[in-house]
Structure formats: structure tokens, C-alpha cells
Design a protein around this ligand. Structure first.
Ligand SMILES: [Zn+2]
Ligand SMILES: [Zn+2]
Length: 799
């Protein structure tokens, strides 16, 4: 028997411990069953969790449970992405230190300590949400096992030339003082001024408009569109750079727009990516203005040592004083910023490691067609990204807490010397190459850069499947079944994982990819801790409302669409939990004298509710196979609230209470249906609300069923064949009940008020079933007399 009231706080903890103790979610390496594997995002260790995490991770978790209940051997590991810039920032903030001011090893020590603490917190939160992760498969992207995989993968790429080192202009964040990749850029609109500046050419004045006058000292030429008749005569001549008075060539290029600015543009090293393109295409010289720390180089006249903004102001002043500034126009301008810090990026030449991605764009585009995208619209975001790639993937970062490059440079000939596979993982700053360079030198300089975090997290399928170890599962389980993730990281995580998997294994990383939406605080505003718009912490929400309530809410959204959260929304979930408990309590009370006997005959209405749930199971499974968690839940809810609670329980109640009127066999028929349908309802809901369903299962069903947990059961009734005869009969009975209810409520009658005569019109082929249901209908409608007429259009009349 169930207690009067459900106590989620007590119950949830109890079953979470039970699941862990009994290894309910452990992947079975020996099983001959099909494996369904999930590549789930390792959360970045960058601070506290928020409601958005609960939202997206719950959706993947529900899929894991669904697949398990379809009989799959589910491989559901979990990892943490615990190195890189976001983690460094967190540690700097928590410890009130600056990485740059500490010995490297000391800073890394602090990072390791802090990440441990956060990982513990994350894991506890996940456990308290009832996530069915197999924690024996846990990984952290900084741990030695992963370091080894990541370094080995890099070496494979470097040896084959897929990864290469090159001195060239890179995207550079002067705030974080590291190179960054194209995928880490964001666009921000700022207000700036367009400055019209006078250049001199052979005594004539040429006006050039620029937003970055502080780069005048880096100006290497002027460009004019070859079609532009106004300026054709200047092409091939030279001009004098204002203030600095050195000569530069005037060249032509189709990329100069005819209607923006004056039609004459300056090319400086480097104002933007077009400057880089021109620099490479026209083999222009490099003139350094900005240093890695964001200041103007000391040797730049007038502005040396200044920060960019003050340098710009100073140059404008100077131009004005010298009558070289014609006008300044305020305008909105889009600049590229670094997604981690929001500051505008610069382009600075430096030596960095790259992974070649541009030469295989076609292969990566083809991969998009070979993977199933849910929702399918997300595929376009990937395609657009790949089509617009302009840079190879820069994977070296001038930071501290990350996986080091396993290599040194020969101090004599400069050649990179790679570590041997058997030495991995290795820190080149603490070890030396075992043999001399091919030039004979034994003097080496270690590479001090670390891998971009994506260079490691792009390997999650290989990390999960223990690639390149004696337990390597890649030949058996790659492609994995599913990748789940948010849409903002399609250009990074999705794309890079495809690149790496194809290179290292020749296979796709996964068959399906499921993209979740965000949780919004206000319309269009993503919840994040940094914006301080996250109301309560997930921990508080779970304590206040229970994990099942949070999960039921998270399951409601349509796949891939953003959703809004307010605590008010949880009322619906709470009402559901209460309803499920009360309905189960009622059913189990009616089953006290039932011993799982199968009745000789099943009454038609009992047959109907069983057929109904069989078909529902089929429909829900179809939605869930398309990752439509919310649509499946909607179907199950409709059945549970309407067909089961409102109609079936009302119809069968009297039969269960009064066998002396309805008959013992008839009661048994009802008990059989009740037992089986409630069990199936619990199984259907088990993927959404695993705690309360387990509590009910353990309180009653466990004595009759073999599995030690409801989560070891399967949806074995599911059917996609519609038994039309019985289903349409059931619909008619529902119609009769609801019409009578409507009749009574319109007349302010109580449901138990008698009606003298109920005339039922139904198709003749349903008469046999109807006759067997008359006692139930009479009891439920309080009709004193029932008259049956045949008609193809079903209806009733009350007298
Ligand atoms: Zn930055
Ligand atoms: Zn050498």
C-alpha cells in the first residue's frame, strides 16, 4: 500500500542510493545485446551550474532511459572539461591571483584543486537529478589517460602533416593574451568614428576613411577598385602616409567597395581579416603596431606604449592639429570579439600550430548528410559554418592550464622534435627528448603552449571508447549512437569532433545528433551566471521542488527550441506528481486481493484500455526515436489524465467495489487490466520521473515482478497496430460518459444524481461489446434504464 502522501525528499535520495548500490545503470561489456551509446557534453568547469544545465542534460538523460527500456545495452559515460581558459579564469577569481604572476607549476596545482571541488559538486547535482549515468566511465579532460589520448592524436596529425606549425597572422586576444580560433569569435556592434584622412600623392590630396587611425604607422599600401574611374590614374603611383611621412604604393583590388567611404582604403597590418587577405595575396610587408599585450609598440612614434583607445584619440588630435582630418562620422560598426572575455580581438603574426581543415571542407560537408540531425534544421547551421571557414584551426594557446604539446624545438636548427608514443603523457617543460636532433644537437627548447580545449574535447568519442588502448572499443562502438549538445557549439564541438573522428578512425563520430535549446530568462536572453539572471540555483530548485518535478518540466520543451523558465511553471509538474501518486494509490488499493491471475474472459472496456496503452507505447516510442521527448510526454499525459483517470477508472470503479452486483469474474477482469495498465503507465513515466515510479514499483509490483528496479524493465507491450474495433468502441464509451457528465453539469446536478433513461445510439457491430459493458455504464452514469438503438453515427439522449 502507498502512504497517504508522497515524500519526494526522502524517496529520491533513497532510490538514488539504491541505483548506485545495485549498479542499475552500469554498461554491460559482456552482454550480447545491442549497444546504444551516448556522447554527452563534458561541462566546462567555469563556475556554478544553472537551470540551463538541468534543462539540456535532462533531455539526454531521458533518451538514455528510453533506450534502456527498449532493451538496449546503454553506454552512457560522463566527463568534465576541466582545463583551458574558462577554468583558469575561475581559479584566478576564486583565489584572487593572476596566472601570469605565479610559477607555472604552482598555478596548475591550484587549478587541479579547484576543478576537483567543482567536479564533486557537479557529480552530486547530477546524482540528485537521478541521472542514469554509468559513473565508472567518468573522464576528465586533464586526467593522464585523456592527456595521453590527446597527445597521441596530435602526434598522429603532426607526423602526417595534418597538423602543422606556421608563422602567420593569427586572431589574438590581447586581454587573454592568447591566440584563438575563428570559432571563438563573436560579433559585437559598437559605436565608432569613421575618420576621413588626407594622404598626399604627387602633390594631390587623396582622402581615405578609416575606423582605425591608430594603425597609420602600420599602413603598407592604399587600395583602389580597378573599376573605379575616379581614381584609375593613381594606380601604380605612391602616396605619403600622413604624420609618419613614408612612401607606400597605391594598388588595385576588386575587394575595395565602390560605395563605402571614399573608394580609397588603407591596408594596415592588421586592422581586420581583409588586411590579412591582402597581405598574403599582394605579398605586402609587415609593419608592427600592436603588441601581444594590446599596447602600441614602444618604437611607434607619438603613441608608443599607449593602449589602443588612447592611441586612437591621440592620433585624431594630431591629425586635427596638422589639418589632415577632413571630418569624423559617428557610425555603428561590427567588430569581432573574443567569446570568453567579450573584448575586441587583434590580428598579430605569430608562430602557432594549426590543424588543416580548409583542404577537406567537401568531406566535412558530406559528413553532414551522413549524420541524422534532430531537429533537421540544425544541419544548416553546420553547413553554413563549414562553407564560410576562412582559417585553418589554430590549436595552440599561450596559456597555462591545459594539455602541453608533446614536443621540443632543436635550439640549433629549429626543427620540432616530437615525443615518442610510449613516453606519453609527457610535459616537455619537465622532460627532455631521449635522443639527439638529426643535426646532432642535444640542446632543445620545449614548446610552452598548450592545446586549445576543443583540441581535446573534440576527441570525446575516442576518449569514451578508450581509443588506442588495449580496451579500445572504437571498432565495436564507433560511430556512437548519439551526440547531444546545445546549438551554440555546433561550429566548435560538432564540427571539430567530425574532423577528428574522420582523421583518426576514418569513421563518423556518431549516427545521430540531438540539439537542445536554451533556457531563457526573458525573451531572447540566455540564462547565465555571469549575467546574474539565473533565479535560484539548481540545487535549491531540487531541494524546494524535487528532482522529478524539475525533470518533468525540462521534458516539456520541443526539441531544439529555447524555453523560458519561471518557478510558476513547476506547478504543472507538481500537480502531475500528486495525480500519479493518488491514481496509483487508488489502483493498488483495488488490487489488495489480486494475485496476478489471468481472467478467463476480459470485458471489452478492460480490453480497450489495454489496447489503448499498447498503441500509446508504440506512438511514444516513435516520437522518442526522433528525440521528440516533449511530444512523447504529451501523448502519455493525454492518456493518463483523460483515458485512464477520467474515464477508465470512473467506469471500472463500481465493478471493483461491488462484485456482489457485477460478479467476481468481472471484478477479476478489471483487476487484471488495472494491474497491467498501471504498470505500463509507470514504465512510460519512468524515463521522465524515475523516482516516484520506482517508489510505486517497489511498494507494490516488486512482490510480483522479477526485476529489482522498474528501470530494469522494458516497454514490451508496444504496438503500432491499431485494433480499430475495440479502440472505436472505447471512444464511444468515453463519449457516452462525457455527454452524461456535461448534461449533469449544465443542469447543476451532482454526478451521482440519477437520470431516468439513457438512450445510446451506436453502430450495430458494437452491440455485443456494449451489452457486456451496460452494468459499468449504469453504475457510472446513474442511469435507471438504458435503451440501445443502432446508428452509424454514435450519440446519446437523456430523458
Ligand atoms: Zn579574451
Ligand atoms: Zn637540430
Amino acid at each position: 500500500m502507498l502512504s497517504k502522501k508522497y515524500n519526494p525528499i526522502e524517496s529520491e535520495k533513497k532510490w538514488q542510493d539504491y541505483w548506485q548500490e545495485n549498479n542499475i545503470y552500469k554498461y554491460d561489456f559482456e552482454s550480447s545485446k545491442e549497444t546504444y551509446s551516448i556522447d554527452t557534453p563534458p561541462p566546462t568547469i567555469s563556475g556554478s551550474l544553472h537551470i540551463g544545465h538541468i534543462f539540456s542534460y535532462t533531455q539526454a538523460e531521458i533518451i538514455a532511459r528510453f533506450q534502456r527500456m527498449q532493451g538496449e545495452n546503454v553506454f552512457y559515460p560522463f566527463g568534465f572539461d576541466d582545463n583551458g581558459l574558462p577554468t583558469e579564469r575561475l581559479v584566478e577569481k576564486e583565489e584572487n591571483i593572476r596566472a601570469a604572476n605565479l610559477p607555472r607549476s604552482q598555478f596548475i596545482e591550484k587549478c587541479l584543486k579547484t576543478t576537483k571541488k567543482y567536479e564533486e559538486e557537479f557529480k552530486n547535482l547530477w546524482l540528485s537529478m537521478g541521472f542514469s549515468v554509468d559513473w565508472t566511465l567518468q573522464y576528465e579532460t586533464i586526467n593522464p589517460r585523456v592527456r595521453k589520448i590527446s597527445q597521441k592524436a596530435f602526434l598522429d596529425m603532426a607526423r602526417s602533416g595534418k597538423a602543422y606549425i606556421k608563422e602567420s597572422p593569427v586572431l589574438w586576444c590581447t586581454t587573454c593574451q592568447t591566440s584563438i580560433a575563428q570559432a571563438e569569435l563573436e560579433s559585437t556592434d559598437i559605436e565608432t568614428t569613421f575618420n576621413y584622412i588626407t594622404f598626399l600623392t604627387g602633390g594631390e590630396e587623396l582622402t581615405v576613411a578609416t575606423t582605425r587611425p591608430e594603425l597609420l604607422y602600420g599602413c603598407v599600401c592604399l587600395f583602389i577598385n580597378p573599376e573605379d574611374k575616379r581614381y584609375a590614374k593613381y594606380i601604380g603611383k605612391t602616396a605619403l602616409v600622413p604624420l609618419y611621412n613614408y612612401e607606400i604604393p597605391i594598388l588595385s583590388d576588386e575587394k575595395v567597395s565602390l560605395d563605402k567611404g571614399t573608394g580609397v582604403v588603407m591596408c594596415a597590418t592588421f586592422g581586420d581579416t581583409t588586411d590579412v587577405e591582402w597581405y598574403e595575396k599582394h605579398k605586402l610587408p609587415y609593419r608592427k603596431v600592436i603588441e601581444a599585450d594590446g599596447r602600441i609598440g614602444e618604437d611607434v612614434p607619438f603613441i608608443g606604449g599607449m593602449k589602443v583607445i588612447s592611441a586612437r584619440e591621440r592620433i585624431i588630435e594630431l591629425l586635427k592639429e596638422n589639418n589632415l582630418l577632413i571630418k569624423s562620422e559617428v557610425m555603428a560598426h561590427t567588430v569581432s570579439t573574443h567569446e570568453r572575455c567579450g573584448k575586441p580581438i587583434e590580428i598579430i603574426p605569430s608562430k602557432q600550430w594549426y590543424i588543416d581543415i580548409l583542404s577537406e571542407k567537401e568531406r566535412y560537408l558530406k559528413a553532414a548528410d551522413e549524420i541524422n540531425w534532430y531537429p533537421s534544421s540544425m544541419k544548416n547551421r553546420y553547413i553554413t559554418w563549414v562553407e564560410n571557414l576562412k582559417w585553418d584551426w589554430c590549436i595552440s594557446r599561450q596559456r597555462y592550464f591545459g594539455i602541453p604539446f608533446p614536443l621540443w624545438y632543436c635550439s640549433k636548427c629549429g626543427k620540432p622534435v616530437f615525443a615518442k608514443d610510449e613516453e606519453l603523457p609527457i610535459n616537455p617543460m619537465e622532460a627532455k627528448p631521449k635522443s639527439a636532433c638529426s643535426c646532432g644537437s642535444i640542446d632543445f627548447i620545449p614548446e610552452t603552449a598548450v592545446f586549445d580545449t576543443w583540441a581535446t574535447s573534440s576527441l570525446t568519442p575516442l576518449i569514451n571508447l578508450k581509443w588506442n588502448t588495449d580496451k579500445d572499443l572504437t571498432s565495436k562502438l564507433l560511430p556512437m549512437g548519439l551526440r547531444t549538445q546545445a546549438h551554440e557549439i555546433i561550429r566548435t564541438w560538432t564540427f571539430y569532433t567530425i574532423v577528428r573522428s574522420l582523421f583518426h578512425t576514418g569513421k563518423l563520430p556518431w549516427k545521430d545528433i540531438m540539439i537542445c535549446g536554451f533556457v531563457m530568462a526573458k525573451k531572447g536572453e540566455k540564462i547565465s551566471k555571469s549575467k546574474n539572471n539565473a533565479s535560484s540555483s539548481p540545487k535549491e530548485l531540487i531541494v524546494n521542488h524535487s528532482a522529478d518535478v524539475m525533470r518533468y518540466w525540462a521534458a516539456g520543451a520541443r526539441l531544439g527550441t529555447d524555453t523560458m523558465f519561471s518557478e510558476d511553471d513547476l506547478k504543472i509538474s507538481k500537480r502531475f506528481i500528486t495525480k500519479l501518486w493518488n491514481a496509483a494509490k487508488f489502483c493498488i488499493m483495488q488490487l489488495q486481493d489480486y494475485d496476478k491471475t489471468r481472467p478467463g474472459v476480459l470485458l471489452p472496456i478492460d480490453k480497450w484500455i489495454i489496447e489503448r496503452i499498447k498503441f500509446l507505447e508504440g506512438t511514444a516510442a516513435e516520437y522518442l526515436n526522433q528525440y521528440e521527448i516533449g511530444l512523447a510526454k504529451h501523448e502519455i499525459d493525454e492518456f493518463f489524465w483523460n483515458d485512464f483517470c477520467d474515464d477508465y477508472l470512473e467506469i471500472v470503479k463500481d465493478r471493483l467495489y461491488k462484485p456482489e452486483i457485477h460478479g467476481e469474474k468481472e471484478k477479476l477482469s478489471g483487476q487484471y487490466a488495472l494491474y497491467n495498465v498501471l504498470l505500463e503507465i509507470l514504465k512510460l513515466y519512468a524515463i521522465y520521473v524515475p523516482h516516484i515510479t520506482e517508489e510505486i514499483y517497489q511498494s507494490y509490483y516488486k512482490d510480483f515482478e522479477k526485476p529489482i528496479s522498474i528501470h530494469k524493465m522494458e516497454w514490451n507491450m508496444k504496438s503500432d497496430i491499431k485494433n480499430e474495433t475495440i479502440l472505436s468502441f472505447g471512444e464511444n464509451i468515453k463519449m457516452i460518459i462525457s455527454e452524461v457528465r456535461k448534461y449533469k453539469s449544465e443542469r447543476n446536478l451532482s454526478l451521482k444524481d440519477k437520470i431516468s433513461k439513457l438512450i445510446i445510439r451506436i453502430p450495430e457491430n458494437q452491440s455485443a461489446n456494449l451489452l457486456k459493458t451496460l452494468k459499468d455504464i449504469k453504475a457510472c452514469t446513474w442511469a435507471e434504464e438504458i435503451e440501445i438503438n443502432y446508428s452509424d453515427n454514435s450519440s446519446i439522449e437523456i430523458i
